[in-house]
Write a new protein. Structure first.
Length: 117
């Protein structure tokens, strides 16, 4: 079974991923940083970031539909995850996915990644 470590905002390395103009309300941005696939969401003016990987079969979860405002449904097998926390909400997935801290500085949206060792 795959497991993922939580990212501690106090020790995260924050990286600029977009500007607020590039990510208007109701949109998402898919990107890759250091080989790590991410999705950043703007939901009602709040920003969230998750790994773009379904813990069920490693498929691209962020290409799925947002349902119930903060749930993403994997387009491959229908597993659902909370974009705010990465918590798994339905089968066939049983393991949470990584969620990353997000902050806004001026017009920049930053995502906190695990520190490089």
């Amino acid at each position: 079974m795959v497991s993922y470590d939580k990212v501690d905002p106090a020790h995260a390395e924050f990286v600029v991923v977009a500007t607020t103009n590039e990510l208007p309300n109701g949109t998402r941005k898919l990107l890759e940083i250091d080989g790590r696939a991410l999705a950043v969401f703007n939901i009602a003016g709040a920003y969230f970031a998750i790994a773009d990987v379904c813990s069920h079969d490693d498929g691209p979860v962020a290409e799925g539909e947002l349902v119930n405002a903060t749930e993403i449904e994997c387009p491959r097998h229908g597993a659902r995850f909370d974009v705010r926390s990465g918590k798994v909400l339905s089968f066939p997935a049983i393991v949470d996915i990584p969620a990353y801290p997000v902050r806004v500085e001026g017009d920049d949206i930053l995502v906190g990644l695990p520190p490089t060792e």
